[in-house]
Design a protein around this ligand. Sequence first.
Ligand code: SF4
Length: 247
Amino acid sequence: MNEDGMYCIDGGRPFVERLTEMASDAMAVVAWGACASWGCVQAAKPNPTHAVPIDKVIRNKPIVKVPGCPPIAEVMTGVITYVTMFGRLPDLDRQGRPKMFYSQRIHDKCYRRPHFDAGQFVEEWDDEGARKGFCLYKMGCKGPTTYNACSTTRWNGGVSFPIQSGHGCIGCSEDGFWDKGSFYDRLTGINAFGIERNADQIGLAAAGIVVAGIAVHAGITAVRQLTTKPKDTIKTIASEPTDKNAG
Ligand code: SF4
């Protein structure tokens, strides 16, 4: 946006002009990827070119955000298929993302989640825990604060996804992920929804006597059972980030 769009020239004209032109007759605009949805790396501080997401340019049309760096192919085609099939936009969350793909965290469906709950963490790359496929939270995994479908649809036709390859989620579909410090910094304070505890606390408990660990697990299960009613209410709470910068 700086210098009247001169930092992004496409076909001899500022792209912002072409975008405005193309959007004028559109029913809605789909913002593919973290760049179109949030600005991404070229919007990183101090953002000298004043790179902005599409919704800061096109303000009179619905914007469907499909973030990710890159977004998942099945998610992209799923959104387009929904629009062409039903002639309307899918339900969006308050950040403009289709709920059908972005209403749950990577952490909610991660196959390593049992290790998180059991306090079994990778402490160093290639340690025994890494070889056993333990949770990558302590290696900086951003799965607990990232809303996307990676752990459900996976990638390349369902073959794998970053966590399955042994690397933590970097939160690439969340707003501002490029300015939130190292990919390897451990998240802190993720005591979400009353069932998770700080990973260090869980790890300490697991390092104690086994009986204590079983009791904690049983307690968590009991809390989960209690909190499943009313079901819809819990689903709504768990589906929504607490604020715009939840990631
Ligand atoms: S912290 Fe990461 S690796 Fe561990 S369960 Fe959550 S999403 Fe999976």
